[in-house]
Design a protein around this ligand. Structure first.
Ligand code: HEC
Ligand code: HEC
Length: 201
């Protein structure tokens, strides 16, 4: 006769496998837009690999709450004939457990820095602004995922530009202390920062 604890262990096992399979299918869907392992090859599409799990989960919760703008997008790989969708619609189908599992899954993948052409003079100007206003939270020149903020170094320039435009228009929420800094920046300073993040080795 099976012991009760063994039955429970077997049930937990089956449950674990079922959940992992569910996440696999969702991960495939994410990769259809964000690229294999969440490393994007498309300049308007953010790389989501390597972002710390806490920040990634927060992003997904924010989309699920429709508290951040969602841009409609085509699928980029796999079956590219799937209908366009956006992050608000994607996140609306995720449970809390899915969000935690997806965030942990992509946090474990390496952030692949996009190779981009940048203007060295703008990058040098951007470095100074970063050191003064942004390094406190986006440390290691925007490379550190351990921080309570995203990875900026090596993220796609067009994506970073549109993210900053969303912050400045007030459509995307940002931490109060970041807003204080952001609100003071002129257009050419934002441009310089974007070139700096592309230049970080
Ligand atoms: C149809 C394409 C598409 C699919 C499918 C998709 N995404 Fe996105 N995702 C985007 C686009 C476009 C953006 C950036 C623009 C925006 O916020 O709407 C984005 C942004 C994000 C961000 C914010 C990144 C940042 O640095 O702020 C995260 C996190 C994210 N997606 C995770 C996921 C996960 C996890 C899945 C699968 C459950 C997924 N995405 C599926 C298109 C997609
Ligand atoms: C007080 C800490 C703090 C400061 C200072 C700060 N940030 Fe942030 N930043 C954050 C946090 C936290 C997030 C994640 C916000 C969210 O939930 O969307 C973030 C997100 C971002 C994003 C979005 C990244 C993405 O993947 O979508 C950009 C771009 C950004 N910051 C740029 C800057 C720049 C440029 C500066 C300096 C002018 C700056 N930040 C200063 C904390 C800070």
């Amino acid at each position: 006769m099976l012991k009760r604890s063994m039955v429970i262990a077997v049930l937990i096992c089956i449950g674990g496998v079922a959940q992992a399979a569910g996440i696999d299918a969702i991960v495939k869907d994410c990769e259809g837009c964000h690229g294999a392992n969440g490393a994007s090859q498309w300049s308007d599409m953010p790389t989501i690999a390597g972002i710390s799990a806490g920040v990634h989960a927060d992003y997904l919760f924010t989309y699920r709450d429709k508290a951040r703008p969602c841009t409609k997008s085509k699928y980029r790989q796999g079956d590219t004939k799937r209908p366009e969708t956006d992050m608000c619609a994607v996140a609306s189908k995720l449970s809390d457990a899915d969000i935690e599992a997806l965030a942990a899954h992509f946090a474990a993948k390496p952030f692949v820095r996009a190779k981009q052409t940048f203007d060295p003079a703008k990058a040098a100007a951007g470095q100074k602004i970063h050191a003064r206003d942004c390094e406190k939270c986006h440390s290691g020149n925007g490379k550190k995922a351990a921080d309570d903020a995203s990875i900026l170094a090596g993220q796609w320039m067009p994506y970073l530009k549109s993210a900053m435009a969303e912050f400045n228009s007030g459509k995307r929420p940002q931490p109060k202390k970041m807003k204080e800094k952001m609100d003071k920046l002129k257009a050419d300073e934002i441009e310089a920062l974007v070139h700096f993040y592309a230049s970080v080795p």
